[in-house]
Design a protein around this ligand. Structure first.
Ligand SMILES: *Cc1c(COP(=O)(O)O)cnc(C)c1O
Length: 459
């Protein structure tokens, strides 16, 4: 199995990025009965190679540029195997795996410029990390501890993020019981960065109406265009207004590892909390998200409970407090830390920074090509690694044509771009996140796209 998976990763370019699941296979997968008797493992493995392996999303493939997905590494795969072999549960107790997660969190805080004694926990992804930040921020308001016991009781807490913020921020407000309307979505400027004049006005208006502004979220790398909110200015406003300053750095936070990109993220180090993913630009196999929280006491005060069956001791297996179950909703937790540690330690932060910077260079190459082709139009500035553009067409046809082209290219197997909407216009979106993607891969994509666009307009 290991040999096959090494071969599969080494020969990605020989196959399509993605192919749709044939009807027979889909139906076979769906209708298989719950097994009463065990099957031969060899047969099951052959089912994996024939039914599953060829029909995944394709984010390992260098032609995958549709969404912000990492490409994974073989080192990460081996770490997953070791972690599964150990079958460690990292909810707590006195064990080396927990110590390794603490070290990974200390490294992460250091990489982001936050204090090394910041708190944190590894989670599924930034959706969960952002949710944990929102919960912690609500418990950090005055008498916030009461919220844990009696709920919000109609307390009019309001938070702020740009319209360009990821949907999981709004969902986090929903899940936290604040309601999505409690998140004020502030307009962005022409560079897709939060408009801070409008932010100040919204805060003023809420205070005048007797509401309680409590949290400001900035994005370090927005999902649609890769723009970066003016983090230093947001940190200043949060300080003046006594708001919790959270940064969603799901993929962008790791750009701090590249000396040429780091200045764009100035201010991230002033965050009260930071959400980021290792499974995106960190190339760690799914899933591996992370929340870092500056104030460890506040973080623990949001989740810790006092339960007899989880009582802590000063020696024996029940030592080693605080436990990770005190820092998030999960009690049972896998050993995500091993693959993150293995990845960071195998490559080192310098090389990871070069990889991130390399992805941005590929994105700039793609943008240059778009500027050169008269049939194409760039729809947003390329800040980091995301390129949004369209094939020019009369307004009445443009959206449909560009949506069709994205589907054509995905089905061709040559590349996997995605579609989004920029200023009301359907855009083709390329996010260069995979360490395997080269300039030649984007050229191949562009050639295929222009050819297809020509065929469609000839018709
Ligand atoms: C991907 C992403 C998220 C959500 O993270 P998941 O790991 O998919 O849960 C949040 N914010 C941004 C900016 C993202 O790119």
């Amino acid at each position: 199995m290991l040999d096959d998976m090494f071969d599969s990763v080494m020969s990605l370019r020989d196959g399509p990025v993605w192919q749709s699941l044939p009807d027979e296979i889909r139906s076979e997968i769906r209708t298989q009965p719950c097994p009463e008797q065990g099957h031969d493992p060899k047969e099951l493995y052959s089912r994996f190679t024939s039914h599953i392996l060829p029909y995944a999303v394709g984010n390992r493939h260098p032609g995958f540029m549709g969404w912000v997905h990492g490409g994974g590494t073989l080192q990460g795969m081996l770490a997953e195997m070791l972690a599964a072999g150990l079958n460690a549960n990292l909810g707590g107790r006195d064990q080396a795996p927990v110590e390794l997660e603490r070290t990974v969190l200390r490294w992460t805080a250091q990489m982001a410029g936050l204090p090394e004694d910041s708190s944190g926990v590894l989670v599924t992804g930034s959706s969960m990390a952002n949710f944990i930040a929102i919960l912690t921020a609500t418990r950090a308001v005055s008498n916030g501890a009461d919220i844990r016991r009696s709920g919000l009781n109609g307390r009019p807490l309001t938070g702020y993020a740009a319209v360009t913020a990821h949907g999981c921020i709004s969902r986090g407000f929903d899940m936290a019981g604040l309601g999505t309307e409690a998140l004020r979505l502030i307009p962005a400027d022409e560079n897709f960065r939060m408009d801070t004049q409008k932010l100040r006005a919204a805060i003023r208006e809420d205070r005048a109406a007797g509401r309680e502004p409590f949290m400001l979220t900035g994005s370090a790398g927005t999902v649609d265009t890769g723009s970066i909110d003016p983090l230093n200015e947001l940190a200043d406003i949060a300080k003046e207004e006594n708001l919790w300053f959270h940064v969603d750095g799901a993929f962008g936070a790791l750009a701090r590892l590249s000396p040429d990109l780091a200045p764009m993220l100035a201010g991230i180090e002033r965050a009260d909390s930071l959400a980021l993913d290792f499974h995106k630009w960190g190339q760690v196999p799914y899933d591996a998200g992370c929340i870092i929280i500056r104030d460890a006491i506040q973080h623990r005060a949001t989740f810790a409970q006092n339960l007899a069956y989880l009582s802590r001791e000063t020696r024996g297996l029940a030592a080693g407090s605080p436990w990770f179950c005190d820092f998030g909703p999960d009690l049972s937790r896998g050993f995500r830390a091993l693959k993150v540690w293995m990845t960071l330690a195998t490559f080192g932060t310098e090389r990871l920074g070069q990889m991130v910077s390399g992805c941005c260079a590929v994105a700039r190459h793609l943008a240059d090509r778009i500027r050169q082709e008269p049939e194409l139009e760039l729809l947003a500035p390329v800040t980091l690694n995301i390129v949004c553009f369209r094939v020019r067409a009369p307004d009445a046809l443009s959206d449909e044509l560009n949506s069709e082209l994205v589907r054509d290219i995905q089905e061709s197997g040559v590349a996997a771009p995605s579609a989004t909407t920029i200023n009301g216009r359907r855009a083709i979106r390329c996010a260069i996140v995979n360490h395997r993607t080269t300039e030649a891969d984007t050229d191949r994509f562009m050639d295929a796209l222009l050819k297809r666009a020509g065929e469609r307009s000839a018709r």
